[in-house]
Ligand binder design. Structure first.
Ligand code: GSH
Length: 237
């Protein structure tokens, strides 16, 4: 059984998509990041970066003690190896996937995240910051669109066949309007996006998110918890 510490955000959706795609049994432990639950001492023990998602595998393959993991990329890689799904074992094919997984972790996720912040949450509209992250998001969409054009004949997903690289990238394209992008400018990305969105496992993953998501918009209190954290925020928790 996988215990998943989760909140319905793009990084959270990555893992529920994987779990729904594979049918691996799991139980969600909601971590309400707007209420500061990411600072609970028990959570920090497994997720020292005070970010979700995180997970505990209570039945690891080696039969030993439970394994806990934080960082969505590491979780996807672990679960893919555990199940033998969505990450080929042969080095050539494996790294064709992993390079795009790390591209998402180091590029698309952080840049689109700053885009969301300055476009939607920052108390002042700072044109330079908005422009910088809207443009960088746009560049990354172009990179992905080009890659999807090149894999068209070999499966049509990021690395050819559907993989954890797709599951990492897709949730960060879902808010494309919020990111001030136009999916219709990227025909291959649009095709890929529509294909993934229609998958029953992806539909289920987002339904699960909707059941947990608060209906009210982010409160000022939640913004105080989420933005402006420093080193002392975690050490005081
Ligand atoms: N690189 C991390 C990022 C995780 C992350 O940023 N999670 C956000 C929600 S998407 C979070 O838990 N935020 C809580 C906070 O800012 O205190 C991953 O991919 O797992």
């Amino acid at each position: 059984m996988i215990e998943l510490f989760y909140w319905p955000t793009p990084n959270g959706h990555k893992i529920t998509i994987f779990l729904e795609e594979t049918g691996l049994p799991y139980q969600i432990r909601p971590i309400n990041i707007g209420a500061g639950e990411q600072f609970q001492p028990n959570f920090l023990k497994i997720a020292p970066n005070n970010r979700m998602p995180a997970m505990i595998d209570h039945a690891p393959a080696d039969g030993g003690a439970p394994i806990s993991i934080f960082e969505s990329g590491a979780i996807l890689e672990y679960l893919a190896e555990k199940t033998g799904k969505f990450l080929p074992a042969a080095p050539r094919e494996k790294f064709a996937v992993l390079q795009w997984l790390y591209w998402q972790m180091g590029g698309l996720g952080p840049m689109a995240g700053q885009n969301h912040h300055f476009n939607n949450y920052a108390p002042e509209k700072i044109p330079y910051a908005i422009d910088r992250y809207v443009k960088e998001t746009n560049r990354l969409y172009g990179v992905l669109d080009h890659q999807l054009a090149t894999t068209r004949e070999s499966g049509g997903f990021v690395a050819g066949a559907l993989s954890i690289a797709d599951m990492a990238a897709y949730p960060w394209i879902v808010p494309w309007k919020q990111q001030d992008q136009n999916l219709d400018d990227f025909p291959h990305l649009r095709r890929w996006f529509d294909t993934i969105r229609a998958r029953p496992a992806v539909v289920r993953a987002y339904e699960i998110g909707e059941e947990i998501r608060p209906t009210a918009p982010m409160t000022e209190e939640a913004k105080k918890i989420l933005f402006g954290q420093t080193a002392t925020t975690t050490s005081r928790a």
